[in-house]
Design a protein around this ligand. Structure first.
Ligand code: PNS
Length: 163
């Protein structure tokens, strides 16, 4: 049984993320979901505390999963929790290109390896960005997020009334 760190911005956590966590729990045993800042994304829609609360509620049925906030580099977070490796989910080839660049850079600067888990094909199109956008305009995101996340989205952005 090993510990792996699954870092991300999770703004918000969605069913593709949950699928990766489920697969990693089977493969490795223990998964720490690391809520982090992506320097490419200037400001998050949900606070770190909100994101942690939504994820904790979404994974509460899974005993070997925990959620923590980390500042700084993902490799330092991985070392601080004695993770075997960093875990990343892959949806598309464009995900792979960026992830591979990060994985190789992270290995070079720290020796921390990255392992990829492909997300289930039926969920591979889901993105936090589009979920935020759809929710913002009152659309229905319920097929893309765990119910704990859906509840927060509905409170933050009241759904359009159906005609
Ligand atoms: O869910 P995201 O936004 O794709 O997650 C990206 C994240 C947070 C994992 C990435 O931006 C990251 O690792 N941030 C921490 C800073 C870091 O380690 N940068 C070095 C990258 S080589």
């Amino acid at each position: 049984m090993s510990v792996v760190l699954y870092p991300g911005s999770f703004d918000p956590f969605h069913l593709g993320h949950l699928d990766v966590v489920n697969q990693a729990a089977v493969l490795f045993g223990e998964v720490i979901i690391g809520v982090m800042h992506n320097p490419e994304k200037s400001s998050a829609t949900f606070s770190v505390d909100q994101r942690i609360a939504m994820i904790e509620e979404s994974v509460k049925h899974l005993p070997s999963i925990s959620v923590q906030a980390f500042a700084g580099l993902a490799v330092d977070a991985a070392k601080s929790c004695r993770a075997l490796c960093i875990l990343k989910g892959l949806r598309t080839m464009s995900d792979f290109e960026l992830e591979q660049q990060m994985a190789q850079t992270n290995f070079l600067i720290s020796g921390v390896r990255t392992v990829y888990v492909p997300c289930a094909p039926a969920l591979g199109f889901i993105s936090s960005r589009f979920i935020r956008e759809i929710a913002h305009f009152g659309g229905d995101t319920s097929a893309m997020v765990p119910s704990a996340v859906g509840n927060v989205l509905n409170k933050t952005y009241p759904p359009r009334s159906k005609k």
